[in-house]
Ligand binder design. Structure first.
Ligand SMILES: NC(=O)c1ccc[n+]([C@@H]2O[C@H](COP(=O)([O-])OP(=O)(O)OC[C@H]3O[C@@H](n4cnc5c(N)ncnc54)[C@H](O)[C@@H]3O)[C@@H](O)[C@H]2O)c1
Length: 267
């Protein structure tokens, strides 16, 4: 299979390296809008080839977006319109209801699959199963250190000094739709959980600042006809990009392996 990789930053490079080691992958076509930055990496990658536009998508059996929300908004309609399978990392692009629905329709109409890895949060397997029946509530409690929250629109608007806290404090509680607007860096986890469960308006998100937090912590609490689940993830940063959780890169590589091998254990 040929894989088209859009975005060759920290997750993209991890994915490209993982893909190069997969027997089922013949070639990885790589497009990044900073071609000079990726030349040496792609040159050192077996099975890797740089392409200079999205045209290469027509050759690929799978398209992987690991770039940005802007890139996802461009590539999803294009690739799904060609009936290609697409794995999207920049899940924030799917918060827009109109855009998401048009992608879902294209996938159904043209036969391409539209895939989102579980990312940096655990417990999504249980949430996915539980959502086959009525869910009572889905709550995501994200605990972060001052550095991770610094500069978030909510913090800036409220004039909060993130370095002034001595104890953990709840900064925000509201719908996932409001949370992703106020804390865009948290968008991927909140969006993935919302898409799997109750949607952006009924999924509740709490953001806690913990001055002593050495990692980003996510607690997913789901209640429904099945009973309840509580899953806690303590994420270490990805060494190549501290803004990304290590587990997000692993989850993307693991999803890629399942897709190219067409093996779906634990779907
Ligand atoms: N689903 C999840 O749980 C999860 C977790 C972490 C990150 N992400 C998302 O995955 C994406 C990649 O993350 P990363 O840490 O590798 O970022 P990164 O900044 O390290 O790399 C992004 C790369 O994409 C390229 N790029 C950006 N926009 C582009 C465009 N329009 N066309 C072509 N190339 C473009 C950049 O030049 C860069 O090389 C981000 O959108 C991030 O929010 C998702």
């Amino acid at each position: 299979m040929k894989v088209f990789l859009l975005g060759c930053g920290s997750i993209g490079r991890y994915l490209a390296t993982a893909a190069a080691g997969m027997e089922a992958v013949d070639e990885i076509l790589i497009y990044d809008n900073h071609p000079d930055d990726i030349a040496a990496f792609v040159g050192s990658l077996s099975k890797g080839r740089t392409v200079d536009s999205l045209n290469g998508i027509s050759e690929a059996g799978l398209v992987v977006e690991a770039a940005s929300q802007e890139a996802a908004r461009e590539v999803l309609p294009l690739a799904l319109g060609m009936g290609k399978d697409v794995m999207v990392l920049s899940v924030g692009a799917l918060v827009d209801d109109g855009f998401r629905r048009s992608c879902q329709s294209l996938a159904l109409e043209k036969g391409g699959r539209f895939m989102v890895p579980s990312g940096a949060v655990c417990g999504v397997d249980g949430l996915r199963s539980a959502s086959a029946e009525e869910l009572d509530s889905v709550e995501l409690i994200s605990t972060k250190g001052p550095k991770s929250l610094e500069g978030a629109p909510f913090i800036v608007e409220k004039g909060i000094d993130v370095h002034s806290f001595q104890e953990p404090a709840e900064l925000f509680r509201g719908s996932a739709r409001d949370a992703v607007r106020h804390f865009p860096k948290n968008v991927n986890v909140a969006a993935t959980v919302s898409l799997l469960g109750l949607g952006f308006d009924r999924t509740m998100v709490t953001v806690v600042l913990d001055p002593a937090a050495g990692e980003n912590r996510h607690e997913l609490v789901v209640r429904g006809a099945f009973g309840s689940l509580r899953a806690e993830t303590r994420n270490l940063p990805f060494p190549k990009n501290p803004a990304t959780s290590h587990l997000a890169a692993l989850s993307a590589a693991s999803a890629l392996r399942r897709i190219v091998n067409n093996q779906w254990i634990g779907v």
